[in-house]
Design a protein around this ligand. Structure first.
Ligand SMILES: NC(=O)c1ccc[n+]([C@@H]2O[C@H](COP(=O)([O-])OP(=O)(O)OC[C@H]3O[C@@H](n4cnc5c(N)ncnc54)[C@H](O)[C@@H]3O)[C@@H](O)[C@H]2O)c1
Ligand SMILES: O=C(O)C[C@H](O)C(=O)O
Length: 328
């Protein structure tokens, strides 16, 4: 059992652990809660959120080590107040009033494991955390990072439905790393500046369910079929490469959308009706209230059409696994 520690409390604790700065009145107040904030994803993500001028309050929750992370991040001289919370007794306080909850809580893969091998541990963690979200911040946007994303996103959807507060526009599975990798690998082969590259990645976030659409990549390049096959495989295996090299770290956030910046288009794993599966990663237009539009897939090459058919059985069964778990 972990002792519950509210990092914000006495004035001396405030001095050492709570950093508060006041915002200009023109910038809206936004509370972001990170669940799993002391982990490999959680710490750099906390740093990124502290650097984000759109965030006024940063709530760092974990089952361990949040006082140190909150103190460290809290001293950065940017706008947001930082409070660390530790242990289940503090979960309610960590979540109350949150506009955005980002969840990297759970265990990462070790070499030789698939993301699905994490299901038994992470599904329970996610279920518990999302039940608390339903209770304490039912209107928040939720970004799910914990793997296996293909199954961990359907879990809150079921929990939120039961709680009567499910808003499908507000639930995201973070698949940005797949896009980041596809852009990097493509730029290398196409010999174009990586900063100019765009590649949509659709499907899900595991193995063959990750389907980069290089036929839609810009700037266009005339790459052979063999090169495109190799690029696709490399994108699908990108996470495994990292896991093998250093135990699987990375982070991503859709937080720009919380300030209502128009026309933010990102690939994300969301509730979808563009194919027959209820959750699917594709380009989505984001706004203040979450998903404003799930964009069409656009034209696919024959190779990509085959990839799309090939990913459906695995993605379907991963979704069903999450749904079943949530309803047990
Ligand atoms: N979606 C993606 O693109 C993506 C990318 C990288 C990693 N991940 C996944 O993110 C997860 C975290 O990876 P990591 O490298 O940060 O792992 P990590 O082990 O370094 O950190 C996980 C953190 O979660 C905390 N935690 C565990 N149970 C918790 C609970 N019940 N409540 C709150 N916090 C809890 C741990 O104490 C730890 O600090 C993994 O499942 C990993 O596979 C997803
Ligand atoms: O591959 C992993 O296990 C972590 C993450 O999903 C990734 O793509 O890097």
């Amino acid at each position: 059992m972990f002792r519950s520690v509210l990092v914000r409390s006495s004035s001396s604790a405030k001095q050492s652990l709570l950093h508060r700065s006041f915002s200009s009145s023109s910038v809206p107040e936004r509370k972001v809660a990170i669940l799993g904030a002391a982990g490999g994803i959680g710490q750099p993500l906390s740093l990124l959120m502290k650097l984000n001028p759109l965030v006024s309050s940063l709530s760092l929750f974990d089952i361990a080590n949040t006082p140190g992370v909150a103190a460290d991040v809290g001293y950065i001289n940017t706008r947001s107040e930082v409070v660390g919370y530790m242990g289940d007794d503090d979960l309610a306080k960590a979540l109350e009033g949150a506009d955005l909850v980002i969840i990297p809580a759970g265990v990462p893969r070790k070499p030789g494991m698939t993301r699905d091998d994490l299901f038994n541990i992470n599904a329970g963690i996610v279920k518990n955390l999302c039940s608390a979200i339903a209770k304490y911040c039912p209107h928040a946007l939720v970004n799910m990072i914990s793997n296996p994303v293909n199954s961990t996103v359907p879990i809150p959807a079921e929990i939120f439905k039961k709680a009567g507060m499910y808003d499908e526009k507000k639930l995201f599975g973070v698949t940005t790393l797949d896009v980041v990798r596809a852009k990097t690998f493509y730029a290398g082969k196409a010999n174009v500046p990586v900063a100019e590259v765009n590649v949509p990645v659709i499907g899900g976030h595991a193995g063959v369910t990750i389907l980069p659409l290089f036929s839609q990549a810009t700037p266009q390049a005339n790459l052979s079929g063999d090169v495109l096959t190799a690029l696709t495989k490399r994108t699908q295996d990108g996470g495994t490469e990292v896991v093998e090299a250093k135990a699987g770290k990375g982070s991503a956030t859709l937080s720009m959308a919380i300030n209502g910046v128009p026309d933010v288009v990102e690939c994300s794993y969301v509730h979808s009706t563009i194919i027959e599966l209820p959750f699917f990663a594709s380009k989505v237009r984001l706004g203040k209230n979450g998903v404003e539009e799930v964009l069409d897939l656009g034209p696919l090459s024959d190779f990509e059409k085959e990839g799309l058919e090939a990913l459906k059985p695995e993605l379907k069964s991963s979704i069903e696994k999450g749904v079943k778990f949530a309803n047990q």
